[in-house]
Design a binder for this molecule. Structure first.
Ligand code: MLT
Length: 339
């Protein structure tokens, strides 16, 4: 029996449709501690994860039957891609499913930072009435700097432009000077000019700590940083220091170097204007329905491809064996072999 083992929660509907599309059994093994993962994946032909489970080289080695890893979401930074590729395990994700969800919450955070929405709420709940302390500013005319101008970055730009914001972006994969009314600049230019900097790049070895001391200090005094991408893109210690020094006016974070973040973000948590969320960017009803649909489609396709590649390989091997057998039969009867 072939098994699809689900390690992070996806919808029941997606699980049901995975079974229907593939004919393989879906089993949920949710919320496991890292130490329990190798034993839990031994009989898995397919693994399904979101961002919580770390699919390390050790996990991949333990899953001896593994053929496909389905990532319900965009980032594949929680999967050891090298270990997967060494075993020719296909990794598929759902790149377009949550673009709108992440873009909308990014704009929500920018608005909240500009207008003290989250701070005002906390203050009122604490029994205060501090209207004069929370004078904000309008987004119209302010400069938004996007680090990463792929699907999500472009959607954020469209929404920000609707608020009258000016938008610049940096993206190593773009060489044109302007896309969708957004001028493309170097990272340094974007950081030094923008009123808000928002990150929309994947986490990999090139982008790890992309915003270290030098880059964070390059940001304009009084600017805001928004990160709904990955915590590992930023040096959190330096960020805390720049907030305490008043170099940065505020920050909105949804992702952290380790999740849940624990003590590592205490100093950022203490900053009066920080807005900190528990990795909610993709967490919408519509986004997760689309994730389920895209996941079923891509995983089923990857399984079919695996099966047809295997059938072709077996057919080729059988043909080669038959040809070798025919050759040796012919050889045995030939005059040369008799001499
Ligand atoms: C993503 O990479 O798409 C999200 O971070 C996934 C998630 O919310 O788990």
């Amino acid at each position: 029996m072939k098994r699809i083992v689900v390690l992070d929660a996806i919808s029941d509907d997606a699980c049901k449709r995975l079974e229907e599309e593939t004919g393989w059994v879906v089993e949920k093994r949710l919320g496991l501690a890292p130490a329990d993962l190798p034993a839990a994946v031994e009989d898995a032909d397919v693994l399904i994860v979101r961002s919580s489970t770390q699919v390390t080289a050790e996990v991949i080695a333990a899953a001896r039957r593994l053929k496909v890893i389905g990532r319900a979401g965009i980032g594949v930074d929680n999967i050891d891609m090298e270990a997967a590729s060494e075993r020719e395990i296909r990794v598929v994700n759902t790149p377009g499913a949550t673009t709108t969800s992440v873009a909308e919450i990014t704009i929500g955070a920018i608005l909240s930072l500009a207008r003290w929405i989250h701070v005002g709420d906390r203050s009122l709940r604490a029994g205060e009435w501090r209207r004069s302390d929370f004078q904000g500013f309008e987004l119209k005319g302010k400069l938004l700097g996007l680090v990463g101008f792929g699907r999500i970055g472009r959607e954020v730009a469209t929404l920000a432009q609707a608020f009258g914001m000016r938008v610049v972006a940096t993206d190593p994969f773009l060489d044109s000077s302007s896309v969708q009314g957004v001028r493309i600049h170097t990272l340094d230019d974007v950081l030094s000019r923008a009123d808000f900097v928002s990150l929309h790049v994947p986490l990999d070895q090139d982008t790890s700590r992309l915003l270290g001391r030098e880059q964070l200090e390059r940001m304009k005094r009084g600017a805001f940083l928004v990160n709904f991408a990955r915590g590992g893109l930023i040096d959190e210690e330096v960020l805390a220091e720049l907030l305490e020094r008043g170099h940065l006016a505020g920050v909105a974070l949804d992702t952290y170097a380790t999740e849940p973040p624990g003590a590592s973000i205490e100093r950022i948590l203490a900053h009066p204007r920080s807005l900190l969320l528990p990795h909610l960017g993709a967490q919408t009803r519509e986004g997760q329905i689309r994730v389920g649909m895209e996941l079923v489609e891509t995983v089923a396709k990857a399984i079919k491809k695996f099966m047809s590649d295997r059938a072709n390989r077996l057919a080729e091997e059988r043909e080669a064996q038959e040809a070798a057998a025919a050759l040796s039969e012919a050889g045995e009867g030939s005059p040369e072999s008799a001499s």
